[in-house]
Design a binder for this molecule. Sequence first.
Ligand code: XMP
Length: 327
Amino acid sequence: MATGNVRPADMERITTPALAEKFIGEQISELRAQIGDKKVLLALSGGVDSSVVAALLIKAVGNQLVSVHVNHGLLRKGEAEQVIDVFRNQMHANLVYVDATDRFLDKLAGVADPEKKRKIIGGEFIRVFEEEARKQEGISFLAQGTIYPDIIESDGVKSHHNVGGLPEDLQFELVEPIRLLFKDEVRVVGKALGLPDGMVYRQPFPGPGLGVRCIGAITRDRLEAVRESDAILREEFRKNGLEGRVWQYFTVVPDFKSTGVKDGRRSYDWPVIIRAVNTRDAMTATVENVPFELLQYITSRIVNEVKGVNRVLYDLTPKPTCTIVCE
Ligand code: XMP
């Protein structure tokens, strides 16, 4: 059994359901030995890493796990509902759901600078999580979905990437059951744990969520246009076999309007930018060659179904010169 933060050279790569089952069995014993009858807290975003950690802990210690799902109002369509459905309804987890939408959007009102937006979202996230942690009694452990690339590439503390650190009085002992796994292994384990494909195979989603896809100062109506157009793009990529093949795809709504014609009348509305890229390491990225007919179909759906939008653009720029997130 591997201990510490270094992946042993002879550790077998988890590529099959049988190897995943073996890993799950070992982790359940290890987690029970570490946690005993104490309580564990987890920030559950619904991303594959924290979801796999939650599912492992539910199997190992059941309701001694307290999962906190913070909805910052910047989640994709249906995401919070899926977390509640999978973890509370299906796995009967002890899930605290916090709808902090108003709090985040009030703080973000009028803030256009992308770095300031990220700081506000990260800072507010940690404050909401802290408040929930303080409401819980007798927590001894903090579980995290740290994976091996986090350890290799950074200081190994995943939450710092998105949410900053917890204060002194909330420094619990860490529980990091997937810290030696690579992303593809986490997905194999997630599948074996019975998590839905939409959770296991989902594309990367930045911590600041749709907030960085609503360029400029976030408003509720423009955020809704990002959310609805993103849902259409994801649905069409899934139906047309691009899901799982294209690394990351999303829509962005910038803060300007232009004229168009809708229902025989002049309109003055926002554009939606579609971005679809492939990369190996996220340091450089190329643009996906999406079939033109599909782009035309998605365009017609977006302009017809999304309120306040009269134009759709496809971003043809690789990284560099653009970043992947077009914020
Ligand atoms: P950029 O835009 O820098 O993105 O080319 C590279 C990759 O990182 C993701 N990304 C983030 N992921 N928290 C995350 O967990 C973040 O704050 C964040 N910002 C960017 C981005 O989606 C891409 O996959």
